[in-house]
Every structure is written in C-alpha cells, then in structure tokens.
Ligand binder design. Structure first.
Ligand code: IMP
Length: 193
C-alpha cells in the first residue's frame, strides 16, 4: 500500500517509514509532485491536520496522513496552541515566538503546558485521528540549543532539562509527535496484517 505523509521533511518521513512494515510505502508531497502551499486555516489542530490530509485525498485520490502540533499553555487558556508556528507573527520565527511567550509568562506562577500532536489519517474512505501529548512546564529563560521551535523553554515532566538539552533520540521517546506516531504505526501495522 502506498500512503502519502503530507510533509516535505525527509527526516520525519524516513523515521516513520522505518517503523512501518514493508507492505506500507510512504511517499512525501514532493514525491507526488504536490507543490501547493496547503493553507492551514482551521482553529484546531484536528482541523488543520484534516485540511492537509483531505486536500491530498481529494486532489490525488490517495490514502494520506497529516500532522499538526501546538504548544498549549494552561495559564494562557491553551495558547499559542494551533497558532504556535506564527505566534509572534509571520514569517514564522522561533526566537520571536519564545520571546513573546516568555514575556506573557513573566511573573506567572502556573507554568504548566503541554505539546499536543494530532495526526489525521484518510484510509480507504475512512478518517482516523491519533493524539500524542507531552506534559511539562515553561521555563523562565531559554536553556540549550538542540531541537527547534519552543524546545529551549519547555521542560518535560520528570526531567531536569529542557527539550533543547536532550538528544533527539531521548526527546523522540517521550515527545508528543513520537507518541502520536507510535499510535499511528500500531494501527497501520494491524490494518495490513
Ligand atoms: P508543526 O505542526 O509540526 O509544524 O508544529 C507547529 C509549531 O509548533 C512549530 O512551528 C513549532 O513552533 C512548534 N513545535 C512543534 N513541535 C515542536 C517540538 O517538538 N518542539 C518545539 N516546538 C515544536
């Protein structure tokens, strides 16, 4: 079975492919010659993941999955959430996003937050959702220089370091995206068995 992963991130694609049985062949947006910029106009992670997956399924008639992730901060009523990538405005800039979040959190005692990834899968006419959550806290300043996005200011529960101070294998084991992908892989593996 050929399955589109609605991404152009070759690293992400390879990582998921290696977890899947050989009978499932993943292809990227580039592989199917999809060069359109699919606009993420929904107000929820579920909505944006579905927009991307539906675009491909409707236009190309292919099975497809897409993911969307947001950082949800309790004291900010779940913000930046679905707007995480462009929290400090367009174009997307991780440094500016962190600076904005740190200033909004200045003096705030409740620093609880979670990363949440939603995957929407369109498969043989049905739609399925998979969710991964990683709970933690927002630090008061940036720590570490690995990873991307909000990693330097997010400390996962049970660890004394930020995501940006962890190596990628350790982060993937507990991360929102890793957990959502694990659920997707389990489902697909059973589906083709
Ligand atoms: P996307 O849906 O994977 O593109 O994620 C949307 C935005 O959420 C990114 O632009 C980042 O700002 C943030 N984000 C997603 N995943 C992570 C992560 O693992 N660490 C830090 N920031 C992340």
């Amino acid at each position: 079975m050929t399955l589109v992963f609605a991404t152009n991130n070759a690293h992400k694609l390879k990582e998921v492919q290696e977890m899947l049985p050989n009978s499932i062949q993943l292809v990227s947006l580039k592989d199917i010659n999809c060069e359109e910029d699919i606009e993420e106009t929904a107000t929820t992670l579920e909505g944006n993941a579905a927009i991307k997956a539906d675009f491909i399924t409707q236009k190309y008639g292919m099975n497809c999955f897409a993911d969307d992730t947001g950082l949800e901060v309790t004291a900010l009523d779940g913000k930046p959430g679905v707007y995480s990538a462009r929290y400090a405005g367009e174009p997307s800039n991780a440094e500016n996003n962190m600076t904005k979040l740190l200033s909004e959190m200045a003096g705030v005692e409740n620093r609880n937050a979670q990363f949440r990834t939603v995957i929407c899968l369109n498969l043989d006419g049905n739609q399925y959702y998979f969710e991964g959550i990683c709970k933690g806290t927002i630090l008061t300043k940036k720590q570490g220089n690995q990873g991307f996005g909000y990693d330097p200011i997010f400390q996962p529960n049970g660890f004394e370091k930020s995501f940006a101070e962890m190596d990628s294998a350790d982060k993937n084991r507990i991360s929102h995206r890793g957990l959502a992908i694990e659920k997707l892989v389990k489902f697909l593996t059973e589906y083709v068995a």
